[in-house]
Every structure is written in C-alpha cells, then in structure tokens.
Design a protein around this ligand. Structure first.
Ligand code: ATP
Length: 473
C-alpha cells in the first residue's frame, strides 16, 4: 500500500523522526538524517539488540571495530571480486538499473505464472554470469525504462558497490582504502584478539553495531535501502560439523527476538535462500510485511570457515583454535546474524503507525498514533500541568526531576490538554500524566494511556513505578 508508506514518510518528517540529508541543498539521494525522536528511537532499538545479544548471553561479547580497514581485508573477504551487481544503463534516460531489480519490477506486472517463469530464467542467467543472455532477456521481453518508457539499453556490466577513498595525501594505488560495506570483517580480523584476551571458549559469539556503506544503485523506498546505514551483526564461532544445529538455533532465536517486541507473528516469514553467496552453505532471511510488501530485515548465514580461512591465507597468520574438549586444532565455523538497524527502525515505525478513526455520534474525529513498545518509545512519559499557575508547574517539575534519570520524560504546559495528548500520540509516548488542582488536595494525578486512551487517577508517588514496570516488561 504505497499511500500508507507515503503517509509514514511524511509523518517521520513532520514529527522529527527522519529528515532527508542536507535538505536545504535539496537532499542527497538515499541518505537520511535522524531527527530528535528518530535518533532516540534508533538508539533504543540498538540498545535492546545489544543487551539481548551481549548481556543476556554469557558467551557473546561486543566490540567496536573501525570503519576503515586494511585494504587486503576486502580481497580476503571476496568483496573486491564479488561484491558487485550486474547493471544496465538506459541510453535515453541516462539512468542506471540493477538488472535483477529491473526484471523483478517487470515480472510483477505480469500474470503470476509468467512472472515466475521470467524470474527463474533470470536466476539461471545470473548464476552463470551470462551478461549477454541477460541483455537479450531484457530486449526480448521489451522491458522498458520506467521513467520514460524507452527500451534503448547499453550492455550489462558489473558494478562494485564499495566506496573507496585515499588514505593520507599520496594518491597511488596502494593508499586506496574502502569504507566498510559490512561490519562482519571487523569481527573476523579480531577473532584471535578477543578469543585470547577474553579467554573465550567455543562456542562463543562476537557482536558489533556500526555504520556500513554501499553504493546502492537502486536507491528508493525511503530508509529501506540507503548508501550509508547501520548494521547490528553477531558472528558465532563453532566447532566444524555443528553448523546445522547452530544455524537452526539462531534462525529460531532471532525470530523470537523480533516477536519479543510484540509484533504479530503473521507479519513475519522466513525466506530460505536457494542461491547462496560465495561464503555460505545455508542462508535465510527474516522478512517483515512492510506496506510495500514482504521484505528482508535480517539475514542468518552459515558462513562455514570461509572468512577465517581466507584471512589466514591472505595475512599468513595462523587463525586457529585449540579445542581442549576434543584435543584438536581447527579453524572455527561461523553462523552470522545480520540485521540492518535502519530497516529495524522502519519496521518499528511501520508496525507502530496507525490512523485511528475516533468518530462518535456523528462527530468526526481521528488521530495518528504510534504504538511503540514502551521500552522503545523515544519519550516514555509526558508530564502536563493543567494550567501554568497555582503551583501546578512546580509539582510537575518535581515529578520530572524524580523520573528523568530513569527514562525519557517530556514537559509541556502549552495548549489544551486534549491537544497535548494527541501530539504525544503522534510521537508514540505511552504515558501522559496531568497534574491538576485535585493533585494539591490528595496527591493523585491523571495518567492517560496512549493505546486505549483511558484515563485513571493514581497516586503521584506511584507514577515512576508504573512507567518503569511497563518499560521493563
Ligand atoms: P539486499 O538484498 O536487500 O540488498 P543484502 O542481502 O545484501 O540486502 P546483507 O548483506 O545480508 O543484505 O546485509 C544484512 C542486513 O543489512 C540486511 O538484512 C539489511 O537489513 C541491512 N542492509 C543491507 N543493505 C542495506 C542498505 N543499503 N540500506 C539499509 N540496510 C541495509
């Protein structure tokens, strides 16, 4: 539903969640900035992932590796040779397309069986890197450039997705370095450092969150596909031969994590990969039903010993583990869980967004409400004195001071109470508390719940506990 998606994008901008990057210069394609509420929501998601992975698992530790890495890293990882997509340019519109996206978009316009046949044909050609065949397929099917309806194509070429830059001031080839296209390699090259200094025993994991960069060619769909984005990855090191069990374990465990945020299970599905990347012996995507359809949010990959072996070969340093239980030296196998933070953010926004009709007795009324889980909401408690006088702001300020070291609070004394509630609904604040004249008499306040819009009278000194209980649920 494109309309709902557009409404969500507008809402994100209007309420300070996401802005186009450098907007005063008309923006930069596929790059976005997070606003005041977006940055906090994103941090809460990242923290929740980090805590679930590290604090909740005794055998997973976190690191923070640099974005820049020695250029040989990307030879070893296969990115220099393999991290590219076949592209085709339209000669009239001068636009470049990823061949698979172009054909997929066309397949969607065909009757189901015909579309599937086309995709199967494309997959075969992609598997064989048959570029001439791909071009012929595009011409035979009369696939048009969506912008101007023309079908005047160049040849199909490979296009590497890594951004490169120069280290230092000398511009020779040796000083060319890349912005990392994934965070995983920072974990692999530190395997021995962490294993030795942390005295880690297999099986164990290393987690990391951080920016990654890809020169995506098809860059649309808001923050779903960006050129600068953030990943949350965990590499789990295991004994060779146990990869099937651990793959199954993490596949299930990661879906559980998603469901722990209260998303309905029908919104999720697994997509098992048939075509595998060069490093994998099994791979699955966890997909979520966005307003634009089911799309990948997270990947779980059985990476074998590909990465560690390859780094061993390129660095000529032994990267092995001595397993005291079986008295053997080996290069560990790896199960990877890799989730895009920005995609998880988009999921959280899409899942929370609701345009609720509140019309009653012929009187039209509606609200936009963001039903974030309380632990993720950018503001968790809003505090409103009913009026600006009679000592009510002072009581409200006291409550703020009591609560703000434990969770995010927001103070507002302008506008009618109803209007203040609606504004917090749009930001997704789960609790609003109003201090009124009765508070001065009996020390009770009105607490108003975002989801049900119900209000009840509770003791002022219970407010902190009520909010904390909900956040820690
Ligand atoms: P896609 O097929 O969508 O390009 P991918 O299979 O290349 O993604 P991975 O390399 O497995 O993705 O990356 C792991 C996760 O990182 C993805 O599941 C996604 O959530 C996130 N991700 C990858 N590329 C981007 C991007 N350009 N913008 C935002 N998030 C991304």
């Amino acid at each position: 539903d494109q309309n709902k998606f557009q409404a969500i994008i507008s809402h994100c901008k209007e309420y300070g969640f996401v802005f186009p990057s450098s907007e005063i210069y008309d923006g930069l394609s596929a790059v976005y900035d997070y606003g005041q509420y977006g940055a906090q929501l994103k941090k809460n998601i990242r923290d929740y992932w980090w805590k679930s992975m590290t604090q909740m698992h005794e055998n997973i530790v976190g690191i923070d590796a640099a974005i820049f890495m020695h250029p040989t890293t990307w030879k070893a990882s296969g990115h220099v040779d393999n991290f590219s997509d076949p592209m085709i340019d339209n000669k009239d519109s001068k636009k470049r397309y990823r061949v698979d996206h172009l054909i997929e978009a066309h397949a969607e316009t065909l009757p189901a069986a015909e579309g599937e046949a086309l995709l199967a044909q494309m997959d075969n050609l992609l598997k064989e890197n048959d570029f001439a065949g791909l071009k012929k397929l595009i011409e035979d099917k009369k696939i048009k450039c969506t912008v101007s309806g023309t079908s005047n194509w160049t040849d199909v070429r490979q296009f590497n997705l890594m951004f490169s830059t120069q280290l230092g001031s000398v511009t020779d080839e040796a000083s060319e370095i890349y912005l990392r296209p994934e965070t995983a390699q920072g974990i692999f090259v530190n395997f021995l450092n962490v294993q030795k200094t942390g005295r880690m025993k297999i099986p164990f994991g290393i987690a990391q969150t951080g920016k990654a960069f890809r020169n995506e060619i098809v860059a649309r769909q808001f923050i779903f596909r960006m050129r600068e984005f953030e990943q949350m990855e965990m590499q789990f090191f295991i004994r060779p031969g146990t990869q099937k069990e651990w793959y199954a374990y993490w596949k299930e465990e990661r879906l559980k994590w998603h469901l722990s945020l209260g998303v309905s299970p029908e919104k999720y599905r697994y997509h098992d990969h048939v075509k595998l990347a060069h490093y994998a012996d099994a791979a699955v995507d966890i997909e979520y039903e966005f307003p634009i359809g089911f799309k990948e949010v997270e990947g779980i990959h059985s990476r074998t010993d590909f990465d560690l072996k390859s780094h061993q070969e390129y660095s000529r340093k032994k990267i092995q583990y001595f397993d005291t239980e079986i008295n053997q030296n080996y290069v560990p196998y790896v199960i990877e869980t890799s989730i895009g933070l920005d995609r998880m953010f988009l999921l959280t926004i899409c899942n929370a967004y609701e345009e609720e009709d509140l019309s009653k007795d012929g009187k039209e009324d509606s609200r936009v409400v963001m039903r974030f889980p309380a632990k993720l909401a950018p503001i968790q408690l809003a505090v409103f004195p009913l009026t600006k006088k009679d000592g009510l702001p002072e009581i409200a300020r006291e409550l703020m001071d009591k609560c703000k070291s434990s969770f995010f609070c927001f103070y507002e004394e302008k506008d009618a109470i109803g209007k203040r509630y609606r504004r917090q609904d749009a930001i997704g604040t789960p609790f609003c508390v109003t201090i009124d004249h009765q508070t001065k008499e009996d020390n009770t306040v009105t607490i108003r719940y975002r989801d049900s819009m119900e209000q009840e009278r509770v003791p002022l000194d219970k407010v902190k506990e009520i909010v904390l209980n909900k956040i820690n649920e």
